[in-house]
Design a protein around this ligand. Structure first.
Ligand code: HEC
Length: 139
């Protein structure tokens, strides 16, 4: 019995733990990937008044709203911008990376979100949904 555990040894443990740690990161798409696959169709040409990729004038105003607010509003959806960019299989983290990627192309220095920033985006998402529900209730 003992020898089986000894046989697995440190190498086995290390392999198991890197496999566990590497998995979530490896399955997440980069901001550029998400942008190309999903956002570019509208944000490339500026379809239906979508803020155009690389248009620094338009993006300066959006960037001024701050990363948590702007990311949350895009995620929830606003006017002709569909929730999640119309890709319900995207995670919030992947969507946020795409927003950061577009913001960088628009002159900002937003980075892929870390855990605390994701939490702030989620809190803005809740606020936004409440706002929209109140609006809907008023008619
Ligand atoms: C079907 C077209 C379409 C797709 C696909 C799309 N967008 Fe948009 N997006 C828009 C339009 C239109 C607006 C402008 C909405 C407005 O202000 O009226 C917009 C606005 C935004 C905004 C600004 C929100 C605000 O509060 O002003 C962000 C951020 C955004 N999109 C991110 C994304 C990301 C990230 C993706 C890809 C995952 C994406 N969009 C995919 C059409 C699209």
């Amino acid at each position: 019995m003992r020898s089986i555990f000894r046989g697995l040894g440190l190498g086995g443990l290390l392999l198991a733990s890197t496999a566990l740690c590497a998995q979530p990161g490896a399955t997440l798409k980069s901001g550029e990937q998400v942008y190309r696959e999903t956002c570019m169709a509208c944000h490339g040409p500026g379809l239906a008044n979508a803020p155009r990729f690389g248009d620094k004038k338009v993006w300066a105003k959006l960037i001024a709203e701050g990363q948590p607010v702007l990311t949350a509003h895009g995620w929830v959806g606003v006017r002709a911008m569909p929730p999640k960019g119309g890709r319900s299989d995207l995670s919030l983290e992947e969507f946020a990376r795409a927003v950061a990627y577009m913001a960088r192309a628009g002159g900002g220095n937003w980075q892929d979100p870390d855990a605390p920033l994701l939490e702030r985006i989620r809190s803005e998402e809740r606020k936004r949904i409440e706002q929209l529900q109140k609006k809907a209730a008023k008619g």
